[in-house]
Design a protein around this ligand. Structure first.
Ligand code: ATP
Length: 418
């Protein structure tokens, strides 16, 4: 409950059966200062009145409770922000000297609007809540208060939407870290140090942002040289375009995930997203670095029901049966399903019959396309196999022929250089 107390107004509060009175008041400063700003020389304060016998209760319990509630309200009401380190996106009119620029974070996604199986959603929400409440646990085991998530799945399955839902659920800021815009590991370190607590740091499409395999192999050779100064020196690229993507090394990134956190207080979540989990270096996503791997998958019936409710306010429909069957047989991303739930009728209204029939058509088409693509892939595979078989047979025939010729001349095959 939030109460504003006006001057000379009395507000009563009840705490564990004890009545407490609040008054707002002001006192004129004693210094004789002439100011252009009326009210600047006033000191404003609240007066709390209670019976003497409740003094311990008020001092030990009530006031800490009020301060805690006050802090929670401030956090809840603060404008959350979306930070980016990508200067080329220069969309922030208030760009300061900070390595991050920011805009208000206003993404509307929530777990309610996220199309996903309810059990999976619940598991993620539980995990987030457990993390949020584990400050003491992390301190006790001597670990930085952070958690890493890997979101993986095909395009349009809701990875970015999930991040927004998490940020809204936790009331955290979001730092969108564009690795390709980071010059070197020193700059990476600076960026991390400048992030604040209660934040989610996101590196999208991690497989495209850094040459994970190549750099790591090099790092292994240099074994102990984990985050050496070398990393900070400008590289001399053979191919400047390629180097652009590899300015930050994997070891620099691993170092930051493991170590640098300890230097910063406050809880942080780091999220990597990728469309190709199999391309990632196992070192990057092992447990402890990425605590939870979340698969964002194609839209199935449970996910569809969430979208139908959000987009059309429909929770049951005669076409649901057919849609369910098709969704189990066909891979369509939630983004594409959602797209089909948006068309308006001629009367500029969203008509569920129209949208669901359209979706059925789109699913049938997608199913046909997938079957055609699979048949083509199979054909190509068979053609490749036939070609390989032909080459092998030709080689064998040549070897056989050479052997026979050499036998005729009385030479062993090795002597003939075969
Ligand atoms: N699971 C989902 N629940 C609700 N809406 C979704 C979901 N997935 C996709 N969408 C819708 O599709 C749009 C694109 O999804 P989003 O950007 O989150 O996908 P993505 O997996 O991050 O894609 P990419 O890999 O291409 O970045 C979103 O704006 C949202 O409206």
């Amino acid at each position: 409950l939030r109460v504003t107390v006006d001057d000379h107004e009395e507000v009563t509060d009840d705490f564990s059966g004890t009545t407490i009175w609040w008054y707002a008041s002001k006192r004129q400063s004693k210094a004789q200062v002439i100011t252009f700003y009326p009210g600047e020389d006033e000191r404003r304060f609240y007066k709390v009145v209670f019976h003497r016998r409740h003094r311990d209760l008020v001092v030990d319990s009530y006031l800490p409770f009020v301060l805690g509630e006050g802090r929670a309200v401030t956090v809840k009401n603060r404008q959350r922000r979306l930070f980016t380190n990508n200067a080329s996106r220069n969309w922030n009119p208030y760009r300061s000297k900070s390595v991050w620029s920011h805009v208000p974070f206003e993404h509307p996604a929530t777990f309610d609007t996220l199309a996903m199986h309810p059990d999976e959603k619940e598991a993620i929400v539980d995990d987030l809540m457990a993390f949020q409440e584990s400050k003491d646990y992390y301190a006790k085991v001597g670990k930085a208060w952070k958690r890493g998530y890997l979101l993986y799945g095909p395009p349009g399955t809701g990875k970015s939407t999930m991040i927004a839902a998490m940020a809204n659920f936790l009331d955290y800021d979001v730092y969108d870290l564009e690795l390709t815009a980071v010059k070197n590991n020193t700059e990476l370190r600076k960026l991390f140090i400048e992030t604040t607590g209660k934040s989610i740091i996101v590196i999208e499409d991690i497989d495209c942002s850094i040459d994970l395999t190549g750099k790591r192999r090099k790092d292994k050779k240099a074994s102990s040289d984990k985050d050496s100064d070398d990393d900070d020196k400008p590289k001399l690229p053979m191919d400047p375009e390629k180097d652009d993507a590899t300015k930050v090394t994997l070891s620099g990134l691993l170092n930051f995930i493991d170590g640098l956190w300890s230097a910063c207080g406050g809880e942080r979540i780091i999220i990597f997203t990728t469309n190709h989990k199999e391309k990632l270096d196992p070192a990057l996503i092992r447990r402890g670095r990425m605590d939870k791997h979340i698969e964002m998958s194609y839209c199935r019936f449970e996910g569809f029901k969430v979208l139908a409710k959000n987009y059309l306010d429909v929770i049951e429909h005669e076409l649901f049966g057919e849609i369910q069957r098709l969704l189990e047989e066909t891979d369509m991303s939630p983004a594409d399903v959602a797209e089909n739930l948006m068309p308006m009728s001629k009367k500029k209204k969203r008509d569920p019959d129209l949208c669901f029939s359209g979706l059925i058509e789109a699913l049938k088409q997608a199913k046909e396309d997938a079957a055609a693509a699979a048949a083509k892939a199979k054909e190509e595979e068979e053609a490749k196999e036939a070609e390989a078989k032909k080459v092998k047979e030709k080689e064998e025939a040549e070897v056989k022929k050479a052997n026979e010729e050499n036998k005729g001349k009385g030479k062993a095959p090795e002597e003939a250089g075969i």
